[in-house]
Design a protein around this ligand. Structure first.
Ligand SMILES: Cc1ncc(C[n+]2csc(CCOP(=O)(O)OP(=O)(O)O)c2C)c(N)n1
Ligand SMILES: [Mg+2]
Length: 582
């Protein structure tokens, strides 16, 4: 059936019918945000304080729910401002629909106000870009956008709407969604699954590495069941963190740059890696240098182009993590039914040893953190106490900086529930977490949401405190304040990295109708965090400014920080890694 309406109205109605509850954006050309009639009651338009924050909030929403995130920016600068979030969504495979107005079709190329080739601007960082050049195409373009963003390897799409097309009322066909639930899934070939099951059964020291793809596929049960079935330690990339609660006996932290002591040891001694849904990027692989010597490798990914991109697998499986792991388990069970696994006992003994080592390691870290009374405060103590005070039902949103790096490390912080960690993609754009946390809270209001951030990253998006207050999205910001962009400062490169004018974050919080506090003494950490939780429960966002000192001599760097610095200046030796095989 055809109906007469304008394009904006059609988009708002369609997004609502696809289950979208928020569009994060900022208005400008084209009547959209200020086109009240167009918005169905179940859809809220969030007026962010700039479009890049809007794109990060939409990402946070999508990552917390597995559903579409939607953001909007106006032609020219508004669309350009969304680039950081779109870029990060591309890196982190997050289903995002970014919508932009553009100059009218009739004036295109004639020196129109704010004209820029938005399609070209966004093509290289999206899965699909499309301009709606006729109203009649709206339902098709949107259906295509939804399907592309959510299917296969998820990612961002961009829809461009010339203002004259957007505002014109015309007849258009009713939207008909595809009658399937997303993601559309396919599994690996039975031969590959069978070969992988054989390797898993033969292995004496297997390690499962879960990437972001396992979360996108919601393979929570499958990862846990397979690991428990075969006593396989589970490690994750930062994007895969939250696939298994980190208080589970089989959880051993993160890989690569984020190795903890015992995790690194077990990983390097593995004889088989099962890596699922990971792009095996520099940080997760220490620039591809940390493949365990002589180990076999099973790679599972939904995207065939990921297979062998860097490390070359013995068995590649192209398919959805949830389905592939289900098949793998069935195959393993069948095979075990016929003959006892060769290495079953070995694996159990290994697990017993690992458990003991893990327990004493965790005890040591607890003492090391909680008994450190130094001033300025040590970041690792803040992170440990944060974990204890906030406990379960908390979503941790990471930023990116030398201090907040501690929050990436197990067991300094343990993600205690499934799907309760939101990390940026490998672009690691500063400010991502500060803004995304608000989208996360709107998506899952029943959860506590905390963002650990450096003062530099906080400054990039602290203007969004007002957004959190306006839309009743109370989160806690743990600001690890060293009055500088500390990432490179350890080498005393230059005083240019100091924020010689550093805002008073307590006052900034209060000026935005939020709760603020400053903490300089470690004995005050716990109480300050409890007050933050109380403020959140009362509907207020909390900003706790922890003074961790400006002098690098006072800092302790997270375990692999020096390796990271070395990585940044090293060149890959392709022949030393498993990129080419003998
Ligand atoms: C948009 C953006 N600009 C620059 C960087 C490079 N960078 C990464 S961390 C960092 C410093 C962060 O400062 P702060 O948030 O205060 O954290 P600190 O390192 O001081 O703990 C910089 C400049 C980045 N990742 N993103
Ligand atoms: Mg800093």
């Amino acid at each position: 059936m055809k109906k007469k309406m304008d394009v904006w109205t059609a988009i708002a109605k369609t997004m609502a019918s696809e289950g979208v509850r928020y569009i994060f954006g900022y208005p400008g050309a084209g009547r959209f945000y200020h086109h009240g009639d167009a918005t169905p009651p179940e859809l809220s338009l969030v007026l962010c304080r700039d479009e890049s924050a809007a794109s990060f909030m939409a990402m946070g929403y999508a990552m917390a729910t597995g559903k579409l995130g939607v953001c909007y920016g106006t032609r020219g600068p508004g669309v350009a401002n969304m680039v950081p979030g779109i870029l990060e969504a591309e890196a982190a495979c997050v289903p995002l629909i970014a919508i932009g107005s553009s100059v009218g079709e009739t004036g295109r190329g004639m020196g129109a106000f704010q004209e820029v080739d938005q399609i070209s601007l966004l093509k290289s960082i999206t899965k699909w870009t499309e301009r709606i050049n006729q109203p009649i195409r709206v339902p098709w373009v949107l259906r295509r956008a939804v399907c592309i963003a959510l299917s296969g390897r998820p990612g961002p799409v961009y829809i461009d709407i010339p203002v004259d097309i957007g505002e014109a009322e015309s007849e258009m066909p009713e939207y008909q969604p595809l009658p399937y639930s997303y993601p559309l899934r396919s599994t690996g070939s039975p031969e590959d699954v069978c070969a992988a099951a054989d390797l898993l059964i033969q292995s004496r020291k297997p390690t499962l590495v879960a990437g972001g793809g396992t979360l996108l596929s919601k393979a929570f049960d499958e990862v846990q069941e397979l690991a428990e079935l075969l006593s396989i330690p589970v490690m994750t990339t930062p994007s895969g963190r939250g696939i298994l609660a980190e208080d589970h006996p089989l959880a051993f932290g993160q890989v690569g740059l984020y190795f903890c002591e015992i995790g690194e040891e077990l990983y390097r001694n593995s004889d088989l890696l099962l890596i699922i849904g990971s792009q095996n990027e520099d940080f997760q692989t220490l620039q591809h240098s940390c493949f365990p010597e002589g180990a076999k490798y099973i790679q599972v990914d939904i995207d065939p182009h990921e297979i062998g991109k860097n490390w070359v697998p013995d068995v590649p499986i192209v398919g959805d993590a949830k389905l592939v792991l289900g098949d793998l388990m069935r195959s393993v069970r069948e095979k075990i039914g016929k003959r006892a696994p060769n290495a079953g006992e070995d694996r159990k003994n290994r697990m017993k040893e690992l458990q003991e080592a893990k327990q004493s390691f965790e005890n040591r870290i607890n003492h090391e953190c909680l008994e450190d009374t130094s001033i300025p405060i040590k970041t690792k103590r803040v992170i440990k106490e944060l974990n204890e005070v906030f406990g379960k039902d908390t979503i941790l949103v990471n930023e990116n900086g030398s201090q907040d790096l501690w929050s990436y490390y197990f067991p300094y912080y343990k993600v205690l529930d499934r799907n309760c960690n939101i990390a940026p993609g490998e672009q690691t754009c500063m400010g991502f977490g500060v803004a995304a946390a608000i989208g996360v809270k709107l998506a899952r209001p029943e959860m506590k949401v905390v963002c650990t951030t450096g003062d530099g990253a906080f400054q990039m998006h602290m203007k969004e405190l007002a957004t959190s207050a306006q839309y009743n999205a109370p989160v806690t910001y743990v600001v690890l304040n060293n009055s500088c962009a500390g990432w490179g400062k350890d080498k005393r490169l230059s005083p240019v990295l100091d924020f010689k004018v550093s805002p008073d974050y307590k006052k900034i919080a209060e000026a935005n109708q939020c709760y603020g506090a400053t903490v300089k003494d470690p004995s005050e950490i716990k109480e300050a965090l409890e007050r933050a939780l109380k403020a959140n429960a009362e509907g207020k966002t909390a900003v706790i400014d922890f003074d961790v000192g400006n002098d690098p001599d006072d800092w302790e760097f997270a375990p692999a920080f020096s390796e990271l610095q070395a990585l940044e200046h090293s060149r890959i030796d392709l022949f030393k890694q498993r990129i080419y095989r003998d």
